[in-house]
Design a protein around this ligand. Structure first.
Ligand SMILES: Cc1cc2nc3c(=O)[nH]c(=O)nc-3n(C[C@H](O)[C@H](O)[C@H](O)COP(=O)(O)OP(=O)(O)OC[C@H]3O[C@@H](n4cnc5c(N)ncnc54)[C@H](O)[C@@H]3O)c2cc1C
Length: 542
């Protein structure tokens, strides 16, 4: 019989023999009755009351006894049923008369949609307005070092999408374990550490992602797909609610099936959708700041006397605070341990903050966004209501660019100066973001956000025992944590207004983060396949 055993505690540097030893003890049988254990999940327990930090494992193992020993009947040991049937690989007989499917955007959603369609035999075309990861890296270096923005190939646009210069956290809240497992396996086969398949909080880092996305692209091409960079979707040709074509770099191509995965920074795409009558709906989002503190202090707060143990790595945190006395709720988001705060922009004269790290997470500071929810009552109406939130984000980003003196310097303030409502006379010289410039944040952020942050940040940081307010520096504005709108779709993943258009990923409003966007892209590919298999193909463009 196949068993799943949870809560196996082993040293951080455990061996297979340790796992087998504990499994045997928990079941109460000879080692000979057990197969090799397979670790399916792994988390860390570094609570101070433990003698040493531990890995807590969930393991699957086969027991060759007719029944489970009596002592083994406990909640942490589960008898597994028949293994889940494998999901058969998608196969599509793409009709010869139908233009091949087009995927717009080579971020996590678009890459995975194109990969799935290519593996299914649909020979998709994947287009992205930006450059391949390697060329993009030089553009990003120019931007960070000299403030030179390429609006088409930058931190947010190009191969790998917004996730390329990121922490590469692969956390997923979804319960959709099958597709998540498939995605992690694929990442591993493209160069990610094997641990991404089992860790509760997997992480790859920006340096590794650069290699991984390039390999993923090679797989798409090897399976019959085509990838074009510096290819921007400019317009949609829609007739009677049916997608007929795409205008790419000013040239129209026939297209009846398009997975639109342009991300939520592509504001020109959202404007284009609104113009063409594609149904959009405003969505709540959040704005705030990025806070940076010494990583050693975070490690001490989280790992106590185990701080600094190289096997534990850099610690992270998640903090939340409920609304109280006129202050809104506030939460930390996208924590980057041992990382750096970065400047992001995709439109001239506007900037936003974010965080990234490398695979070792070894830099001296950790950072996280601290966000305050925003709703339609917070910003002026717009002739196209779904775009009102976008304009609100833009206004903050424009104000930030101007307040820091242009040239894409990043507004920053010491936390204590922020609380005193003043500009910092000088910023620490060891900030992770060297292009920071002292700014008073009330010239950038709306009053409800600064009011909430003033009241929330000190008590939230207090939860990180030993972290000093005087060591904290804030950067702003954090505006692009999630999409401000939905590109509304039905249960078949198709736009409710436009047949043949499959909005996917973060820009569609239905996903957030690398993993959920990737899974959403996989689903979009499956929807296209089902549509073709169901014979509802809309035929060639007129
Ligand atoms: C700095 C940073 C750090 C982050 N860190 C993490 C993290 O650690 N973990 C995590 O889970 N998430 C992280 N995120 C969020 C994550 O990156 C996004 O949720 C994810 O990338 C969204 O994927 P997507 O494919 O939907 O869109 P995107 O990644 O935004 O990709 C969209 C792609 O579409 C292309 N495009 C846009 N317009 C057009 C057009 N008109 N024509 C052709 N192509 C177009 C763009 O060039 C881009 O490549 C981070 C984001 C940023 C910015």
């Amino acid at each position: 019989m196949r068993l799943r055993i949870q809560q196996i505690n082993v040293p951080l540097a455990y061996t297979d023999a340790d796992v087998l030893f504990h499994a045997r003890r928990m079941i109460g049988c000879d080692a000979a009755a057990l197969s090799e254990p397979v670790v399916v999940r792994r988390s860390v327990d570094a609570r101070a009351r433990k003698a040493e930090p531990l890995h807590v494992l969930t393991v699957e193992i086969t027991l060759s006894l007719p029944a489970l020993p009596r002592n083994a009947h406990r909640p942490s040991i589960e008898i597994l049923g028949a293994p889940e049937p494998e999901i058969p690989p998608l196969r599509i007989e793409w009709p010869a008369a139908t233009p091949r499917p087009v995927v717009v955007g080579a971020g996590p959603a678009g890459l995975m949609a194109a990969y799935r369609l290519a593996m299914a035999g649909a020979r998709p075309l994947l287009i992205d307005r930006g450059e391949p990861a390697s060329a993009r890296t030089s553009k990003v270096a120019q931007f960070w070092n000299r403030g030179l923005l390429d609006p088409e190939s930058n931190v947010l646009y190009g191969e790998g999408g917004a996730g390329l210069f990121s922490d590469g956290k692969l956390t997923a809240r979804s319960k959709d374990r099958g597709p998540i497992r498939d995605f992690m396996e694929l990442l591993h086969s493209c160069g990610a550490e094997a641990s991404v398949r089992i860790d509760a909080e997997p992480h790859v880092g920006s340096d590794r992602l650069l290699e991984i996305v390039a390999r993923l692209r090679e797989r798409i091409v090897a399976a019959g797909g085509e990838v074009r960079f510096q290819a921007r979707l400019d317009d949609l040709h829609i007739e009677n609610g049916q997608l007929r074509g795409l205008v790419v770099n000013g040239v129209e191509m026939a297209c009846a099936h398009c997975v639109l995965a342009a991300g939520h920074s592509a504001r020109d795409v959202h404007a284009l959708l609104a113009r063409r009558g594609v149904t959009l709906q405003p969505k709540p989002f959040a704005v705030g700041v990025r806070l940076e503190i010494p990583q050693a202090a975070i490690d001490r707060a989280q790992h106590g006397r185990f701080a600094g143990n190289p096997l534990l790595g850099a610690a992270s945190f998640r903090l939340t605070r409920r609304e109280e006395n006129g202050a809104r709720s506030c939460y930390s988001f996208c924590m980057c341990p041992g990382g750096t705060v970065i400047c992001c922009a995709s439109e001239p004269g506007r900037l936003t903050t974010n965080g990234m790290s490398y695979s070792k997470r070894a830099l001296a500071k950790g950072n996280a966004a601290f966000l305050v929810p925003v709703g339609p009552a917070d910003y002026p109406e717009h002739p196209l209501p779904a775009l009102a939130g976008v304009e609100f984000q833009r206004a903050l980003e424009r104000a930030a660019f101007a307040a820091a003196g242009g040239e894409y310097r990043v507004p920053a303030v010491r936390l204590l100066d922020f609380l005193a409502r003043t500009i910092s006379p000088a910023l620490p010289n060891d900030l992770s973001c060297p292009r920071a410039a002292p700014v008073e944040f009330r010239s950038i952020l709306p009053e409800f956000a600064t009011f909430t942050l003033e009241r929330s940040l000190p008590p939230m940081l207090k939860e990180l025992n030993g972290v000093k307010l005087e060591d904290a520096v804030l950067y702003a504005p954090e505006t692009r944590s999630s999409s401000p709108l939905w590109v509304v779709r039905n249960d078949e993943g198709e736009s409710t207004s436009t047949r043949g258009l499959y909005p996917a990923g973060e820009g569609a409003g239905y996903a957030g983060g690398i993993v959920s966007s990737a899974i959403d892209g996989m689903r979009a590919a499956a929807h296209v396949a089902r549509q073709i298999a169901g014979g509802k193909d809309s035929g060639p463009a007129a």
